[in-house]
Design a protein around this ligand. Structure first.
Ligand code: COA
Length: 163
C-alpha cells in the first residue's frame, strides 16, 4: 500500500476541505458539478464556511510528499440551519472525501477512525452523517459502526454512538 500519514486539520486547510466537499458531492462516477457551483450553494458551503470554528474538528491525510489527499471532519450545525445529516444540536455532522487516485487505499477508513476517536475524546455521544443511496461509502460507514437512523428522499442519515 502506498504510504500516507494523517494529521489534525488546521486553520489553513479550509480550501482543501472545500475541495473535499466537491468530491463528496460528485461521488457518483461521471458526476462533475463545478467547484464554484458546489461551494456557492449554502447546503454545501455550510460544511466549510468560516473554517475553522472553535468546535470544528478534522483530520487531513497526506501523501509521502506532504500533499493533502483526503480529509474527514465534523462540524456542529444549528437547528435553524441544519445539514443533510442533522440529528441534534450536540451531534456533530461528519464529512469525508478522498482524492480519486487515492481511493480504495485505506485512506477513508483511517480518517474515519481518527475522527471518531477524537469525537469520543471530545465527549460527544454521537456523530452523524448523510449519504446518498447507492454510494458504496454506506458499507464503509456500517463497518465502522454507523447505522441508518432516518431515510429521506434519495439519502440516508447514519449515526454512530461514541460513548
Ligand atoms: C467514500 C470515501 C471517502 C472512502 O474513502 P477510501 O479511501 O476510498 O476508502 P477506503 O480505501 O478506506 O475503503 C473503505 C472500504 O470501502 C471499500 N471500497 C473502496 N472503494 C470502493 C469502491 N469503489 N466500491 C466499493 N467498495 C469500495 C474498500 O474495499 C474498503 O473496504 P475494506 O476495508 O473492507 O477493503 C472515498 O471513496 C471518496 O472520497 N468517495 C467520493 C466522495 C464520497 O462519496 N464521500 C462521502 C459522501 S457521504
Amino acid at each position: 500500500m502506498a504510504p500516507f500519514s494523517v494529521r489534525p486539520a488546521g486553520q489553513a486547510d479550509g480550501a482543501f476541505l472545500g475541495d473535499m466537499v466537491v468530491e463528496a458531492v460528485n461521488w457518483r462516477p461521471g458526476a462533475a458539478r463545478p467547484k464554484h457551483q458546489v461551494l456557492s450553494a449554502p447546503e454545501h458551503s455550510r460544511y466549510v464556511s468560516g473554517w475553522k470554528r472553535p468546535s470544528d474538528t478534522g483530520f487531513v491525510a497526506l501523501d509521502a510528499s506532504g500533499e493533502p489527499i483526503g480529509a474527514a471532519w465534523y462540524r456542529l450545525l444549528p437547528r435553524s440551519d441544519p445539514g443533510f445529516g442533522y440529528v441534534g444540536t450536540r451531534v456533530p455532522e461528519l464529512i469525508i472525501g478522498v482524492r480519486p487516485i487515492w481511493r480504495a487505499h485505506g485512506v477513508g477508513r483511517t480518517l474515519l477512525q481518527a475522527l471518531t476517536q477524537q469525537g469520543r475524546a471530545d465527549g460527544y455521544a454521537r456523530l452523524s452523517l448523510s449519504v446518498e443511496r447507492g454510494n458504496f461509502a454506506v458499507s464503509l460507514y456500517r463497518s465502522e459502526g454507523f447505522a441508518v437512523t432516518q431515510s429521506g428522499i434519495g439519502r440516508d442519515t447514519m449515526v454512530k454512538r461514541l460513548q
